[in-house]
Ligand binder design. Structure first.
Ligand code: ATP
Length: 415
């Protein structure tokens, strides 16, 4: 028997009413195992450019490796059959304009596909470019727009990886409300933080692990250690039986989406800028005018918005954010993290104290001296410079709601 290893990529299997690509991979892997193909290692959940406007939720694609003695085209046909079945019967994606794609390759050419992955996580890529690279690297593919994500995801081989355990609901529960015991979740996070994170919104007292909408995911827990995630499965109390679960290697929490150079719409960039002015909008959003253009820090970003309100002309900050088109400004940056690098000093000039009685004085006009408010003594003096105390300090501030790809700040000093 001549066993070969293939990497399989999948994308665009969801719809707004049902299904998701990871759920398709969960069913597909079970089906392939029944057909005698063997899964090798963990499947990979690959988040691509988070700013892509036509994504449904978190712009996720999946790839995984299997062992089999079958030919790649035979495996591709098998997967494509299952893919069509999933989007017509389960996710109803075909009715909602979704456009699934699948791909298979024997050896992942890490140079070309690694480059494509980097491009797809940071920028917009065209189907044309993807097809050219697929042909050059021996990737076979089938389907529509999802081919972009399925081929691009293959270039992520687990560098800097984190893990996510996803649980799937039984079909009879898909329409029901998801319920989790908050205290059991808090106990789990308190025990294993920072190896698990972003499970609880402590400010609003809400679980963050539950999926929303009518997709088949019950909850997902993120972490770095498979045995801790399995512990979570035991500790977290939910009100329904699950259909099964799968642990994925992921590029979540890696910051892979940030580019150091670039400012095209839909890219996420890192830019060191000087603040020129700050305006607080009536609803609470904060606009920063800077040497690198205009930024908006939404009220919902919590601590990040609180900090942005305190910025002043001359402050130097490093911004991590998404570039979006804007009607008012041409384009705008939406920061998700800001490092305050330098705070400009602000000097206020106060009237001097009366040299006779020590009380406060008032100015008699420019270059006309001062008069004591109590004893009326008139005197000449300079105004007294006072350093104004800033209410923010040098450091890193992050949005309360960060994206899948964003590296948590509490991992900042880890390698
Ligand atoms: P789900 O999590 O259920 O998969 P989603 O939010 O991931 O939903 P998709 O259904 O995957 O949304 O839709 C994203 C679409 O955008 C896919 O067809 C994918 O091929 C495509 N895509 C992903 N990244 C890029 C990119 N960088 N440039 C162009 N197209 C992209």
């Amino acid at each position: 028997m001549n066993t070969k290893r293939y990497t399989i990529g999948l994308d665009d299997h969801d719809s707004p009413v049902a299904g998701c690509t990871t759920h398709f991979s969960f069913l597909l892997i079970k089906e392939l195992e029944r057909e005698g193909l063997k899964l090798v290692g963990f499947p990979r959940l690959v988040r691509l450019n988070p700013n892509i406007p036509w994504k449904t939720r978190g712009n996720a694609a999946v790839n995984f490796t299997v062992e089999t003695d079958r030919d790649p085209s035979e495996v591709l046909d098998l997967i494509w059959d299952k893919s069509l079945q999933y989007v017509s019967e389960i996710s109803k994606g075909t009715q909602y304009g979704r456009s699934p794609g699948v791909a298979i390759v024997k050896d992942v050419k890490t140079n070309e596909l690694g480059w494509l992955y980097r491009k797809a996580v940071t920028d917009v890529v065209t189907r044309d470019l993807v097809e050219k690279i697929a042909v050059k690297t021996g990737v076979l593919f089938q389907g529509g727009r999802g081919v972009v994500g399925s081929v691009s995801s293959m270039g992520f081989r687990g560098e800097g990886k984190t893990l996510e355990l996803l649980t799937y609901r039984l079909p009879e529960n898909w329409e029901k409300r998801r319920e989790v015991d908050l205290q059991s979740l808090i106990n789990f996070e308190e025990r294993y933080f920072p190896d698990v994170y972003a499970n609880v919104d402590y400010i609003n007292g809400k679980p963050l692990i539950l999926s929303h909408g009518r997709d088949p995911v019950l909850f997902g827990i993120r972490g770095r250690n498979p045995s801790v995630l399995l512990e979570g499965l035991k500790m977290i109390e939910v009100s329904e039986m699950i259909d099964g679960f799968m642990i994925f290697e992921t590029n979540q929490g890696t910051d892979h989406h940030f580019l150091r150079i670039g400012d095209k719409p839909y890219q996420s960039i890192i830019a060191e800028v000087e603040v020129k002015d700050v305006k607080i909008m009536p609803g609470g959003d904060c606009i920063i005018f800077s040497t690198h253009g205009t930024m908006i820090v939404y009220k919902e970003t919590g601590e990040l918005n609180d900090m942005a309100r305190e910025l002043m002309e001359g402050d130097v900050i490093r911004v991590y954010g998404a570039v979006k088109p804007s009607v008012s400004f041409g384009k705008i940056i939406e920061p998700e993290r800001i490092e305050v690098l330098r705070l400009s000093s602000v000097t206020k000039y106060l009237n001097p104290k009366c040299p006779k009685c020590g009380n406060s004085s008032e100015s008699l006009g420019k270059n006309k001296g001062f008069r004591c408010r109590r004893c009326n003594y008139r005197f000449n003096s300079e105004k007294i410079p006072i350093e104004y105390h800033r209410r923010i300090s040098i450091g890193t501030y992050q949005s309360r709601y960060y994206r899948h790809l964003t590296r948590p700040i509490f991992w900042e000093n880890e390698s």
